[in-house]
Design a protein. Structure first.
Length: 123
């Protein structure tokens, strides 16, 4: 190829997957995703009763000015990852934080409340 960088980027974006680590912390699940270079405004996170979907968009532009020319490279990519959890999560008690290229999601487990529960009197 005349522009090998373009082919390299295209091959990587089509196979890219967000690496995610999931830990059971007892009352919650902690999810950590490596997202270097991603800005929080380019993140979209959806949660439901037992899954989390992380969507990210990366936009990169580099300019190199040499003697009599300017080389500009534009790279764009979107990727998504769905993580299914073994228990229901409380979507109202779930938080996300992006710091130093690492996304941390804390998903609280839903407390099971039995509607059939009652005290029995001993005779």
């Amino acid at each position: 190829s005349y522009f090998p960088e373009a082919n390299y980027w295209e091959d990587n974006t089509t196979k890219f997957s967000i690496p995610i680590e999931v830990s059971d912390k007892g009352k919650c699940y902690e999810l950590k995703a490596e997202l270097p270079g991603i800005k929080k405004e380019n993140l979209d996170i959806d949660i439901d009763s037992n899954y989390v979907v992380v969507n990210a968009k990366k936009e990169e532009e580099t300019k190199t000015k040499e003697h009599n020319y300017t080389k500009t490279e534009l790279r764009y990519g979107e990727f998504s990852r769905t993580i299914y959890l073994p228990e229901e999560i409380d979507t109202n008690k779930t938080e996300a934080e992006l710091k130093d290229g690492v996304l941390k999601i804390t998903a609280s487990k839903k407390e099971l409340v039995s509607e059939n529960k009652k005290k029995l009197a001993v005779k």
